[in-house]
Design a protein around this ligand. Sequence first.
Ligand code: ZN
Length: 140
Amino acid sequence: MINARAINHLGIAVRSLADQHAFYADVLGARLEGIEEVPEQQVKVAFYTLGEGDHAVRLELLEPTAPTSPIAGFIEKRGEGLHHVAYTVADLPARLAELKAAGVRLIDEQPRNGAHHTRIAFLHPKSTGGVLTEICEDKG
Ligand code: ZN
């Protein structure tokens, strides 16, 4: 059991961060925390936060920066929309080893760099009931 502690964020695939800003900021009232590029994943990421403190929820909007980006492939196949659910865990490498030993299919066998000073790894939707699942840990 990897003992997920919270939903860290929801990942949403979009064609254009700029086009979606009005909905998230002006309609939902979410705060834009920042935009950063993650070259390894060929995405530009905007983080929005709703609510305060322990009840805060983060949304990660993902815009592809190249046609070969996994997010571009996702949008091509399924359109814009919910892309993944990310859970906070402690000691990510140990959790990945446990999952692998338990027969869970991993997309990332080793942690990689995510946005927002995190280390992340994706689990294959075939092992998670069809939901692309990210587990992540703050780098501190
Ligand atoms: Zn994510």
